[in-house]
Design a protein around this ligand. Structure first.
Ligand code: PLP
Length: 486
């Protein structure tokens, strides 16, 4: 079935039991941690993301706010927040109380209405910047669920087939969403049937520091240049540019929607050129395309605004939320222009766990907290403290090429040379290992495997930020010693 090269690649991707044993033996964890890791990998799939992000992740037993504690009692600063889920900190007492009380009242009622769910829908409709103001909501369980629901609704409502997304975006890895996730490395695991959705197209993401269109000409900022080129590219795509071969400019399309992340999260916490969403909104309005923003990772205060979309002052046709929404319980929602969700009939969507009562109760509490006066100002203030510390580190560590930061949404890019911006993936991997050893976890990613995504709980303490900076300082110093000046 496979040609030789594919077999070779599969062998390289595979983890062997010997490699697993080696990773466990060489890990910095205590004896209990190693024993749990052996039990874990004796029984669970080798395809787990934890084994791709870390050589071996710590086996965490308990946690409190911004600190994780593993089975040997070792503490780790949490710059992952369960991948943006535990925004209010681990085991948040207010959330624990809400979930406990709800568990004694009603836990699950299929995909049917209950007061917590109705209240949550009302809240979401009220706080989301939906075009025209009137919104409706549909609930799902996971982020991918929300993306699939949004795509389905967009196609049904517009009667058009195509969806456009940005190269490098992450929207899930189900059969329905995989084609929207522009990461071919993950497609490698879909054999022999590829992701089904063929009516999906990609455009370059305006990533100014490594602009896909190259460096700007003199006198132009990287941000401006990257966005201008994207605009030209999209004009070319839609055929809206003047052409000597056409009498009329093209003003029709069969694109139903743009589905985009406002900032690219899984690709490395990359903040695009300012004006990105405004540009998409302008094109969307011109052609009757829907603008769908996936705020599954960026939303609910992470960037210092309730939604990252608000940084652009843009109103959207649909907004997708999940992760932090359920406060650790699985829940997602599509908030859409009312008309769109009025266009289909009863039974158009169903899921046994959608709008789970316990998760909705937790989500109501999450929304109540993140919309409290001063909550977002506090996120911005802590983000500023973290950012200032990182800028200071950057002045002493040439490896730290670039910092993206809005609120507590922080991406670091490691380069071997600040002039050429040559990525530093080995150094990045080394630093992550050093940090895990020292007691700190975060995500490593990036188009070139050289970015760190720092995702602390929004409730992180200042003392934890300061300690995180110290650990980074030591790890960067160790990397410089190991790899030498470049
Ligand atoms: C922006 C974004 N969209 C969608 C998803 C998919 O969510 P889930 O893993 O819950 O399906 C993720 C997950 O990381 C995400 O970051």
């Amino acid at each position: 079935m496979f040609d030789g090269r594919l077999e070779e690649q599969r062998k390289r991707l595979r983890l062997t039991p010997e490699e697993v044993d080696r990773r466990i033996a060489e890990s910095p964890f205590g004896e209990r941690g190693k024993e749990w890791a052996r039990r874990w990998l004796a029984v669970e799939s080798y395809g787990q993301v934890g084994l791709a992000l870390f050589k071996l992740p710590p086996i965490v037993e308990r946690a409190e706010n911004d600190i994780l504690i593993d089975v040997d009692g070792k503490e780790y600063i949490d710059l992952l927040a369960g991948f943006s889920v535990s925004a209010l900190g681990q085991c948040n007492p207010e959330l624990a109380e809400t979930i406990g009380a709800q568990a004694r009242k009603l836990v699950h009622y299929f995909d049917l209405p209950h007061p917590e769910r109705i209240e949550l829908a009302e809240r979401l409709a009220e706080i989301t910047p939906i075009k025209g103001g009137k919104a409706r909501v549909v609930f799902g369980v996971t982020g991918a669920d929300a993306v699939e629901l949004a795509v389905r609704a967009a196609r049904y409502y517009t009667g058009r087939p195509f969806i456009l997304t940005a190269f490098g975006d992450y929207h899930g890895v189900t059969y329905g969403t995989m084609s929207l996730t522009g990461k071919g490395g993950m497609w490698a695991y879909f054999y022999p049937i590829p992701p089904q959705d063929t009516a999906v197209g990609y455009f370059p993401f305006p990533y100014p520091y490594q602009c896909p269109f190259g460096r700007p000409p003199a006198g132009k900022s990287e941000e401006e240049w990257c966005l201008e080129r994207l605009e030209e590219y999209l004009e070319y795509f839609f055929g809206s540019k003047e052409s000597p071969y056409r009498e009329v400019k093209n003003d029709i399309t069969n694109v139903a929607a743009f589905v985009v992340e406002p900032f690219q999260s899984s690709a490395g916490y990359i903040i695009p050129s300012p004006g990105y969403l405004k540009l998409l909104r302008r094109i969307a309005d011109k052609y009757g395309i829907l603008l769908i923003v996936d705020e599954i990772q960026t939303g609910l205060g992470r960037t210092g605004r309730l939604w990252a979309t608000e940084w652009e002052g843009v109103e959207v046709d649909m907004l997708l939320t999940s992760k932090a929404l359920g406060g650790g319980l699985p829940l997602s929602a599509v908030v859409a222009r009312a008309e769109i969700l009025e266009s289909w009939g009863p039974g158009a969507h169903v899921s046994t766990q959608a709008g789970n009562v316990l998760a909705c109760a937790a989500a109501n509490r999450v929304l109540e907290v993140v919309t409290r006066e001063d909550f977002l100002a506090e996120v911005r203030r802590k983000g500023e403290r973290f950012y200032r510390g990182l800028v200071e580190l950057q002045s002493r560590h040439p490896l730290l090429g670039h910092i993206n930061a809005r609120g507590l949404y922080i991406g670091l890019e490691l380069v071997r040379d600040r002039e050429t911006r040559e990525p530093a993936p080995e150094e990045a991997a080394f630093i992550l290992d050093e940090c895990v050893k020292a007691g700190m976890v975060f995500e490593k990613g990036g188009y070139f495997h050289n970015r760190f995504q720092l995702i602390p709980p929004l409730t992180i303490r200042e003392s934890t930020i300061d300690r995180a900076l110290e650990i980074f300082d030591e790890a960067f110093t160790a990397a410089e010693k190991r790899f030498g000046p470049r």
